[in-house]
Design a protein around this ligand. Structure first.
Ligand code: ADE
Ligand code: ZN
Length: 319
């Protein structure tokens, strides 16, 4: 039985499995530049974050209708439930859809069709986090927040993702201030490929409550001390780090040292359809490859609930 856990770093578009991509492509009359699912899977060899993002954005072309987003989310929730996930805080990238002429309402209402019944159908409670694409402009982020205003009852927080280097958190100060004024929680990707300074900026300038990835924080001892002292959760994604070549092999992952240092680490899947594993696959991989004890594994699971945006009066386990 997999440990009960919360998943806090999961891009719903990154759960698009090749089989579903081809089914939706056929249904929507979208031409894919791969002959079949096997050819597509062959393309899952990435050099870095950007080479992954190119494919990630390309495949999104198959997502067009509410039903598409519903089926995508429903398939993820079924897989997550089987891996012990009891609560999922799910990222989505509206700018990538708006740019293709798919409306905000189509994305959110479609996802909500699956999320709204997920406790009943999958035993998984959910929250939605809307991400700004950091390689788009600050004005575009503000316009996206504006477009989301009719759906604020569906959205718990905002995040920041896409190509990191050259797009520091400071660029999105205004958008994050505006999100906070709307009562939204704040997280941001930082220190995945970007320097520790981006983690500091996300904390100081964007007011984030969690850092997504935060891997490169380990290069700055003063930052590590601060993250430990303030119990700032890091949503690590070990299999993602290997696939995007942030680290050479899983055996090199600093997770054991990070836990030893007292950092509040969580383990998540990021884009599981692309990186070879869902939530518990990541748990199992780090346990086996890094030799983490049962106590450490339970700490990771406990951290995932503590670091979640579940309120005290919400059930930790859906059933
Ligand atoms: N969007 C989807 N996955 C991402 C990742 N690992 N880093 C940044 N942006 C992303
Ligand atoms: Zn991510």
């Amino acid at each position: 039985m997999p440990l009960p856990k919360a998943e806090l770093h999961l891009h719903i578009e990154g759960t698009l499995e090749p089989e579903l991509a081809f089914r939706l492509a056929e249904r929507n009359g979208v031409e894919l530049s791969y002959a079949d699912t096997e050819a597509l899977r062959h393309a899952y060899r990435f050099e870095d974050l950007q080479s992954f993002l190119n494919l990630y954005y390309e495949l999104m072309a198959v997502l067009r209708t509410e039903q598409d987003f519903e089926e995508l989310a429903d398939a993820y929730l079924a897989r997550a439930a089987a891996q012990g996930v009891r609560h999922a805080e799910i990222f989505f990238d509206p700018q990538a859809h708006l740019a293709r002429g798919v409306e905000m309402g189509t994305v959110i209402e479609g996802l909500w069709r699956a999320l709204g019944r997920s406790v009943e159908t999958h035993g998984v409670s959910t929250k939605l986090i809307m991400c700004f694409l950091r390689d788009e402009s600050a004005e575009s982020a503000l316009a996206t927040l504006d477009a989301a205003k009719p759906y604020l009852d569906r959205i718990t927080g905002v995040g920041l993702d896409s190509a990191e280097v050259g797009h520091p958190p400071v660029k999105f100060r205004e958008a994050y201030d505006a999100a906070a004024a709307l009562g939204l929680r704040r997280v941001a990707h930082a220190g995945e490929e970007g320097p520790p300074e981006y983690v500091v900026q996300a904390l100081d300038l964007l007011g984030v409550e969690r850092i997504d990835h935060g891997l490169r924080s380990v290069e700055d001892p003063a930052l590590v001390e601060r993250l430990v002292r303030d119990r700032v959760p890091l949503t690590l994604c070990p299999l993602s780090n290997v696939r995007l070549r942030t680290i050479d092999t899983l055996a090199d992952h600093p997770l054991p040292a990070m836990l030893e240092a007292g950092l509040m680490c969580t383990v998540n899947s990021d884009d599981p359809a692309y990186f070879g594993g869902y939530a518990d696959d990541n748990f199992t991989a780090v346990q086996q490859t890094l030799g983490l004890t049962e106590d450490r594994m339970r700490e990771l699971a406990r951290n995932s609930f503590l670091a979640s945006f579940l309120e005290d009066d919400e059930p930790r386990r859906a059933r």
